[in-house]
Design a protein around this ligand. Structure first.
Ligand code: BES
Ligand code: ZN
Ligand code: ZN
Length: 515
């Protein structure tokens, strides 16, 4: 049913006036409504204000239908034919009303519940092949929008049979600005998911760079430089080049300048992302089982570049530089061999004891280069070590930082986004294990091999940092989702893009105070 409204129409809800704008063709829409579960009040449904209003619109029928035990968190009930504008209504349990920040879980539980509930509801509408869904803001339109846009995302670019496209819209108009911000945050994460999920023969270094350039083309305050191999050589990035030369696919150094700050010369935040578009391990070849997942070894580059695209869309008032060394790690006659020694941009020599520890080689040079911008802070993200996944699994990104100021901002951002961070150590203890090296200044693996692998990798990166506000985010554990995050489908996760965006948003409010 297509209804075109010609006049500005105020639907007379007793508790809330909902404005429907004229001229927009309204497609057949599903409706997702949240409902709280009240422990004490068995039987009395605790509606959100949108739920209440809808119940009045259908003369209390919804309340009647929902009598009985309260709907548990994440559980749904679906009703057809309640109202002509909404042929299908999904009611979904939100859990307790306003639970706030959970100090054990380190996240805002109310927001997290809304994301999960809305995602489930929207997917049910998608399964019914209804092209539009109106979503109850559930008291937090930003979180509801994230749940809808993240929950509906799926990579099916290369399949002939695709899931139906469903467009989520805010039900009512009271919180449209917060809704739109939530949509923008979620679309940022979906961009990272797209780039990570895509096969490595589709997202090569140059294709990655062109995709990001295209996303940033419309912003007049953004400049994108796609640096070729010859430029990388003139920069004396010998560590990065040593990895890249093993592949037939040429490397790219992607450099993005987003100038949203009050002054173009305000000290920038510099984001650096590991961009290995495929990590076979090189001569230290990985086992073949599960190797396909290494198409997402550019997750660091994907999340930081997507965060900048999102910052530009939000017009955040700060300057951000994005740096992504992009290449493949392949075995060949030109590849690094175990025991080879290479020289990084800052002159330090590195013995490549394991060619599969390639990410730190790219990052070493990119981190040296990052210092040219006199940054306010440097934040790098990388799917760096399997050991990070062993340590924390997919619960949180591991953060290694020399700055408690930076840590606080990242942590506070993550409590809001629900895409959590956990602080990890940068002890001298680990530094000793990478500097004790027979042929060079540094070895690219710790001398006790697997022990504390995420920490020795971070200690290695620290050797290329002189900035006093630097954080390394090891995102290997959060690279993909099975079913742990309920509002993400199975696949590459694009985490922690929203935390990076929220962090940048906070930094833009923090003036230039870095103490
Ligand atoms: N890209 C991998 C790390 C990785 C593993 C990311 C699993 C996501 C999921 C990285 O380049 C790597 O292979 N690291 C080695 C380091 C080791 C040789 C010291 C690892 O973790 O095994
Ligand atoms: Zn590797
Ligand atoms: Zn890797």
């Amino acid at each position: 049913m297509i209804i075109t409204l010609v006049t500005l129409h105020l639907i007379p809800f007793p508790s809330q006036a909902v404005v429907v704008y004229p001229g927009l063709p309204k497609c057949r829409s599903g409706l997702v409504l949240g409902i709280y579960s009240s422990e004490k009040d068995e039987g009395a449904a605790q509606f959100t204000s949108a739920g209440d209003a809808f119940d009045r619109l259908v003369s209390g029928k919804l309340r009647e239908l929902l009598c009985g035990p309260p709907l548990k968190k994440g559980k749904t009930r679906i009703f057809h034919g309640l109202h002509q504008d909404f042929p299908s209504v999904v009611v979904v349990g939100l859990g307790k009303k306003n639970p706030g920040v959970n100090d054990q879980e380190n996240w805002n539980e109310g927001k997290e519940n809304i994301r999960a509930a809305v995602a489930v509801g929207c997917r049910q509408i998608q399964d019914l092949e209804i092209p539009c869904v109106e979503v109850d803001p559930c008291g937090d339109a930003h979180a509801a929008a994230e749940g809808a846009v993240l929950g509906l995302h799926e990579y099916n670019e290369l399949k002939q049979k695709k899931k139906p496209v469903v467009t989520p819209q805010l039900h009512g108009s009271a919180e449209s600005e917060a809704w739109q911000r939530g949509v923008t945050y979620a679309e940022g994460q979906n961009l990272a998911r797209y780039l990570m999920e895509a096969p490595a023969n589709y997202i090569t270094p140059i294709k990655f760079a062109e995709h990001i350039e295209q996303k940033l083309r419309s912003f007049s305050n953004v400049k994108v430089h796609i640096r070729p191999e010859s430029w990388i050589a003139t920069q004396e990035m010998g560590a990065f080049l040593s990895v890249a030369k093993g592949s037939a696919e040429p490397p790219i150094f992607l450099e993005i300048h987003y100038l949203g700050g009050a002054n173009t010369n305000d000290s920038p935040l510099v984001f650096v992302g590991k961009g290995v578009t495929f990590d076979s391990g090189g001569i230290s070849l990985k086992p073949s089982s599960g190797m396909d997942a290494m198409r997402a070894d550019m997750g660091g580059a994907a999340t930081v570049c997507s965060a900048i695209v999102t910052a530009a869309a939000l017009n955040l008032p700060l300057n951000i530089i994005g740096l992504a060394p992009l290449c493949e790690n392949m075995p060949s006659g030109k590849a690094n061999k175990p025991g080879d020694v290479v020289r990084a941009k800052n002159g330090k020599t590195i013995q490549v004891d394991n060619t599969d520890a390639e990410g730190r080689l790219l990052l070493a040079d990119a981190l040296c280069y990052a210092h040219n911008f006199k940054p306010r802070a440097i934040v790098n993200a990388a799917t760096l070590t399997g050991a990070m996944d062993v340590a924390l699994g997919s619960a949180a990104t591991g953060v290694f930082t020399n700055s408690s100021w930076l840590w606080t901002h990242l942590y506070e951002a993550s409590v809001l986004t629900g895409d959590r961070v956990w602080r990890m150590p940068l002890f001298e203890h680990y530094t000793k294990q990478v500097t004790d090296c027979p042929l060079a200044d540094l070895s690219n693996i710790g001398k006790y091999s697997r022990a504390g692998g995420a920490c020795t990798a971070a200690a290695f990166l620290k050797e290329f940092v002189t900035a006093s506000h630097w954080a390394h985010l090891d995102i290997a554990g959060v690279m993909s989702n099975k079913d742990e995050v309920p509002y993400l489908r199975k696949g590459m996760a694009g985490r922690p893009t929203r935390t990076l965006v929220e962090f940048a948003a906070r930094l833009s409010q923090d003036g230039r105070n870095t103490k």
